[in-house]
Ligand binder design. Structure first.
Ligand code: SAM
Length: 255
C-alpha cells in the first residue's frame, strides 16, 4: 500500500550555500566563510555528464561509504572521525564545494574523508569497482519540482541499478528528503528495481536516521521541526529488475 500523501514542503536552496548561525557540529566542520557557489547545477547538461572523473584510490580492504551529492559533507565529517578504518567519499557535481571539503578534511586531519568532483548519475562506474561499497547515502537531493525538470532528479532507475552494482552483498542504501513527493518518487524507483530490500518492509519509511550523523540540510530541517522522509534498503541479489522498471529511467540530455 502506498504511504498516505503528504503535501510537499517548500524547498529552499541547499543550506550549505547560505547557512544561518552554525550549531556546534556545524561550527566544527563547516566552511567559514561560506564559498560563493551557484545554487543548482543541471546534472544533464553535456558539460556535467563527463567531468573527467577518475577511479577513487581506496585501500584494498575496509568499508567504503559514499554520499552522493554531499555538498559541504557535514554528514561524512560527522561519521569519519570515529571510524578511521572506513573510507568516506563524497561525490559532488559542484567543483568549488569539492575543493572546500578536501581542504577542510586535510585541516581536520581526516585522511579517511575526501570529496570527488563527479556526476553521480553518469560516473559511478568510473569511480568505484563493483561490489566495493558498504553504504551509499543520498541525503536531501535537489528536488527539481517542475515537471519538465523531473528527469534531472538524481534517483532514477539507472542510478538504482548502478548503486546495486557498486554495493557489496547486503550493502546499504539510505535516502532521505524533507519533500514527500520526492521521497515517494525515489521509493517507487528503488522498490520497482527489485534489487533492494526495504529494511522496514515494502513501501515503508524509516522514522529515525540510524547513522549518528546528520547532513546540513537535515540539521536545518530538524531545527525547524520539519518532517523528514527516510528509507533504508539493503542490496539483494537474485532475480533483478521488475516489469516497467525501464520506463522510469532518466531520459534525454539537456544541451
Ligand atoms: C540539496 S543539496 C544536499 C546536500 C547534502 N547532501 C545535505 O543533505 O545537506 C544536493 C547536492 O547534490 C548535488 N548534486 C546534484 N546532482 C548531482 C549529481 N548528479 N552528482 C553529484 N552531485 C549532485 C548538488 O550540487 C548539491 O550539492
Amino acid at each position: 500500500m502506498l504511504p498516505r500523501h503528504q503535501p510537499a514542503s517548500p524547498h529552499r536552496p541547499c543550506p550549505a550555500l547560505n547557512p544561518p548561525a552554525p550549531s556546534d557540529s556545524i561550527a566544527r566542520f563547516s566552511p567559514t566563510p561560506v564559498p560563493r557557489i551557484r545554487h543548482h547545477v543541471n546534472p544533464l547538461r553535456v558539460q556535467f555528464l563527463e567531468t573527467g572523473a577518475e577511479p577513487v584510490a581506496l585501500p584494498a580492504a575496509g568499508d567504503v561509504e559514499v554520499e552522493l551529492g554531499c555538498a559541504d559533507a557535514l554528514f561524512l565529517f560527522e561519521r569519519a572521525p570515529a571510524r578511521p578504518r572506513v573510507s568516506f567519499v563524497g561525490v559532488e557535481i559542484r567543483e568549488e564545494l569539492v575543493r572546500d571539503v578536501n581542504e577542510r578534511a586535510a585541516a581536520a586531519g581526516l585522511a579517511n574523508l575526501r570529496a570527488v568532483f563527479a556526476n553521480a548519475n553518469t560516473e559511478l562506474d568510473t569511480l568505484f569497482a563493483d561490489g566495493r561499497l558498504a553504504r551509499v547515502y543520498v541525503n536531501f537531493p535537489d528536488p527539481w519540482f517542475k515537471r519538465r525538470h523531473r528527469k534531472r532528479r538524481v534517483m532514477n532507475a539507472d542510478l538504482a541499478r548502478a548503486i546495486h552494482r557498486k554495493l557489496a552483498p547486503a550493502g546499504e542504501l539510505f535516502f532521505q528528503s524533507d519533500i514527500f513527493d520526492l521521497a515517494l518518487d525515489a521509493m517507487a524507483v528503488i522498490e520497482a528495481s527489485g534489487r533492494f530490500e526495504n529494511v522496514r518492509g515494502p513501501w515503508s519509511f524509516l522514522v529515525d536516521n540510524p547513522y549518528g550523523a546528520r547532513s546540513l540540510r537535515e540539521v536545518r530541517c530538524e531545527e525547524k521541526g520539519m518532517r523528514i522522509w527516510r528509507m533504508l534498503y539493503r542490496r539483494v541479489d537474485g532475480e533483478a529488475g521488475a516489469p516497467g522498471e525501464e520506463e522510469s529511467a532518466a531520459e534525454g540530455v539537456d544541451e
